[in-house]
Design a binder for this molecule. Structure first.
Ligand SMILES: *Cc1c(COP(=O)(O)O)cnc(C)c1O
Length: 342
C-alpha cells in the first residue's frame, strides 16, 4: 500500500516505536497533586535545556502562549507582536478572550521587527492609553516561512523592551529548528526573554505537548491559570514520556528536515509557474506561490498522487518537511509536483 507523503505540517507525525515504548513504560501519578515523576523529569529537563528556573507541561503550544500572556498582563493592557504572529493569527482570539488585552501589531519582515518598531509603538504614560506591557516574538516565525531571528536583532528588541520596562515572551514552538539552523543554543535565545514556550509535537515528533518555561514564581502562577483554563492533567506522564523521548532523541535530526526543505525549494524554483526564493527557506517550512493554477487545484492534483500539502492562501502553498519524510520521499514529491504543474 502506498503511504502518502504528508507535507501538510510537522504536526502530522506519529510516535515512533521507541517513543511508544517509552510512553508505555512511563512511571505515572496524579500530576495535579504533583505526583507524576515523568512530568517532573520532563519539566526539569526542558527548564535545563532552556536555562530557565522552571517549566510547566501543557497540552498545546497555544495554551503555553496564552498562559504567558495571562501571567504578564492585566485586562486592559496592550501587547506588541508581529501582525503574522501565531498568538495573534492562529489562537482563536485568546489574548482578548482569556486575558482581556489588546494586541498592537507590528509590521515585521517575515515576522522579524526592530527595536525601533517597538519604541515607535509604545504608549505615552497618559490616562487615555492602554499600558504597553509585553512584547511577543516568534522564532522560528511560522507565517514568516520558518524564518530564524538573527540573535543580534533579538537582542536589540530585548534591550529596547527592557529600557521601557516591558516583559518579553518568546513563542518558541520551533525554537529547536532555529537552534539547529543557526548553531545558536536554545538557552542563548531564551536568555533574552522572561518566558519561553516550546512544542514537542512539531518537528520533534511527540504526539502531544508543549511547555512554558521561566522564573519559578511566574511558572507557579501559570500552573494556577493552567488549572483555570482546564489544562490540569492527571496521569499525564504517559504523554510527557513521549515529549521527553522527543527532546532527547529528535533535536539533532531536524537538520535532515532542513536539508529536505532546501532540496524541495531549489527544485521548486526551477519549475515554471512557481514563485519561490530558495534563499528564504532556512528551516523546515516551504511556502511558495503558484502563478498558473489556483492553489486548491494543485493541492487536489497532488493529493491524487499521494502527496499532501496545504493551500495557505488562494495562490500559496505550504509544504513542511518532517520526521516521516525521507530524502527519497522529497524526490518523489518533486516528481509529483512537476507532473501536477504541467
Ligand atoms: C504550532 C504553533 C504553536 C502552537 O500550536 P498548537 O497547535 O496550539 O500546539 C504556537 N506557535 C507557533 C509559531 C506554532 O507554529
Amino acid at each position: 500500500m502506498n503511504r502518502p507523503i504528508d507535507l501538510r505540517s510537522d504536526t502530522v507525525t506519529k510516535p515512533t516505536s521507541a517513543m511508544r515504548r517509552a510512553m508505555a513504560e512511563a512511571e505515572v501519578g496524579d500530576d495535579v497533586f504533583g505526583d507524576d515523576p515523568t512530568v517532573q523529569r520532563l519539566e526539569t529537563r526542558v527548564a535545563e535545556v532552556l536555562g530557565k528556573e522552571a517549566a510547566l507541561f501543557v497540552p498545546s503550544g497555544a495554551m503555553a502562549n496564552q498562559l504567558a500572556v495571562r501571567v504578564h498582563t492585566q485586562p486592559g493592557d496592550e501587547i506588541l507582536l508581529d501582525a503574522n504572529a501565531h498568538i495573534y493569527f492562529y489562537e482563536a482570539g485568546g489574548p482578548a478572550a482569556l486575558s482581556g488585552v489588546m494586541c498592537r501589531c507590528l509590521a515585521g519582515t517575515r515576522g522579524v521587527f526592530t527595536g525601533a518598531d517597538v519604541a515607535a509603538a509604545l504608549r505615552p504614560a497618559d490616562v487615555h492609553f492602554p499600558p504597553t506591557r509585553l512584547v511577543c516574538v516568534e522564532n522560528t516565525h511560522n507565517r514568516g516561512g520558518g524564518k530564524v531571528w538573527p540573535l543580534d536583532r533579538l537582542s536589540e528588541v530585548a534591550t529596547t523592551a527592557r529600557q521601557h520596562g516591558l516583559k518579553l515572551h518568546l513563542d518558541g514552538a520551533r525554537l529547536w529548528n532555529a537552534s539547529v539552523a543557526s548553531g545558536v543554543p536554545e538557552r542563548d535565545y531564551a536568555a533574552l526573554f522572561d518566558t519561553v514556550s516550546v512544542c514537542f509535537s512539531k518537528g520533534l515528533g511527540a504526539p502531544v505537548g508543549s511547555a512554558l518555561t521561566g522564573p519559578q514564581k511566574l511558572i507557579e502562577r501559570a500552573r494556577r491559570f493552567r488549572k483555570q483554563f482546564g489544562g490540569g492533567m492527571r496521569q499525564v506522564g504517559i504523554i510527557a514520556a513521549g515529549a521527553l523521548h522527543a527532546l532527547e532523541h529528535h533535536r539533532e535530526r531536524l537538520a535532515e528536515d532542513h536539508a529536505n526543505a532546501r532540496r524541495l525549494a531549489t527544485a521548486l524554483a526551477e519549475m515554471p509557474g512557481v514563485d519561490i526564493d530558495p534563499a528564504t527557506v532556512e528551516t523546515n517550512l516551504v511556502y511558495f506561490r503558484v502563478t498558473r493554477v489556483p492553489a486548491a487545484d494543485l493541492v487536489a492534483r497532488l493529493k491524487a498522487a499521494d502527496v499532501l500539502v496545504l493551500a495557505s492562501g488562494p495562490d500559496t502553498i505550504r509544504a513542511v518537511t518532517n520526521l516521516e519524510v525521507s530524502a527519497a520521499d522529497i524526490e518523489t514529491a518533486i516528481a509529483a509536483l512537476r507532473t501536477a504543474l504541467r
